[in-house]
Design a protein around this ligand. Structure first.
Ligand code: AQP
Length: 343
């Protein structure tokens, strides 16, 4: 299979499982905006079917889906240029996920670290959907024959599994039908860590609100969270090597670098030798400058939820126009009988 067989096409998604965090923004959404201006067709999705793999209050799910849509647009996604929609409005995702449930192997799923982390010690009580999550993710991507998938570092293993599913499907059915995707994991903040524990990822579902910066936090809250962020007593180093074994310091430097679009080394050249008492206010000011326009635009967009729903419905129509023929062809390859399924 040659790469040129497939149109360069970007797909990625974010779960409406809570408010957007700085981790989602720097690891994913900011990258989505960058790719929109490049030479790609871009498709971005609020993955609500993924969100319900853990319990979601229905009213919260509706609110979070609309707020996430507002976040995409406020961050710079143009719903005319990109296809922007929520997953459940395009049934082809779930249809292809079932086929992939029958391609993926139990052993592959059991190795997934996200499954182990989220199910924890209570795997018997976790939902079957949480276990099958990566097959749905593969379907999200491959139902558009996407070639490039920008994500944070935590999703790397799921993208490798997507490649394995595409390769096994193509091999089992003797076709060159699904592309073998390229993960795009780039930037200074591919894994933003918790502000309370430098060994844990910043996450919307962390029980501690102090562990994360939410895109809807006001300036005082952002400044307070950064002031209280866990650090160590030493001054910042001038060289990257000086961040070894200092996960909290590394995290704050990476966040600063990603926000001002520099490398961590460039940041250290500027701030090396400073104590956290001096660096934290610099970081807070930068974060507020970059995030405040996004959060105020999100609030403005949330005043017209009917317009958000129209954007999502229109995006879903455009998405289905791409996805439906690909799922139809998949059914034909697999041997499903139906009026539209060929011989
Ligand atoms: N801390 C992070 N640093 C960098 N990137 C991150 N992403 C998430 N957290 C960080 C990236 O954001 C995209 C969307 O993630 P998701 O919402 O689908 O699920 P997640 O990775 O499980 O994110 P959360 O915030 O931790 O959600 P919950 O708490 O619901 O599980 C992905 O590209 C992800 O890499």
């Amino acid at each position: 299979m040659t790469d040129s067989q497939f149109t360069p096409r970007v797909f990625s998604g974010i779960q409406p499982s809570g408010g957007l965090t700085l981790g989602n923004y720097l690891g994913a959404m900011k990258r989505f905006v960058d790719m929109q201006s490049a030479d790609f067709e871009t498709i971005y999705c609020m993955v609500d079917l993924h969100a319900i793999t853990t319990w979601q209050n229905p009213a919260d799910l509706r609110h979070n889906t609309r707020e996430l849509c507002a976040g995409f647009i406020a961050a710079g996604i143009d719903p005319e240029q990109s296809v922007l929609f929520n997953q459940s409005q395009v049934p082809e995702h779930a249809q292809l996920a079932w086929i992939f449930n029958c391609v993926a192997r139990m052993g592959w799923m059991q190795r997934m670290t996200q499954w182990k982390d989220k199910a924890g010690k209570n795997q018997q009580n976790a939902s079957l959907g949480l276990f099958a999550y990566p097959a749905l993710m593969a379907a999200d991507i491959l139902t558009y024959h996407a070639t490039h998938v920008p994500v944070g570092d935590d999703q790397k293993q799921h993208l490798e599994l997507t490649r394995d599913i595409a390769i096994k499907f193509n091999h089992d059915f003797g076709v060159d039908f699904f592309p073998v995707i390229e993960p795009v994991i780039e930037g200074a903040a591919t894994r933003v860590m918790s502000l309370r524990d430098g060994s844990k990822k910043m996450s919307k579902s962390d029980p501690s609100d102090m562990s994360r910066i939410n895109m809807t936090d006001d300036a005082d809250t952002i400044a307070k969270k950064i002031r209280k962020a866990k650090t160590d007593p030493d001054a910042l180093p001038s060289e990257i090597d000086g961040l070894d074994d200092r996960p909290e310091a590394r995290n704050l430097v990476n966040v600063y670098a990603a926000l001002c679009e520099q490398t961590p080394q460039q940041v250290l050249a500027e701030v090396g030798g400073k104590q956290f008492g001096e660096f934290k206010p610099m970081l807070a000011e930068l974060a507020v400058t970059k995030l405040a326009p996004i959060s105020s635009e999100m609030a403005r967009l949330m005043n017209d939820q009917a317009e958000i729903d129209r954007i999502l419905a229109r995006g879903a129509d455009r998405a289905r126009a791409i996805a439906a023929p690909i799922v139809q062809q998949t059914y034909e390859i697999v041997g499903m009988v139906g009026a539209k399924n060929g011989a």
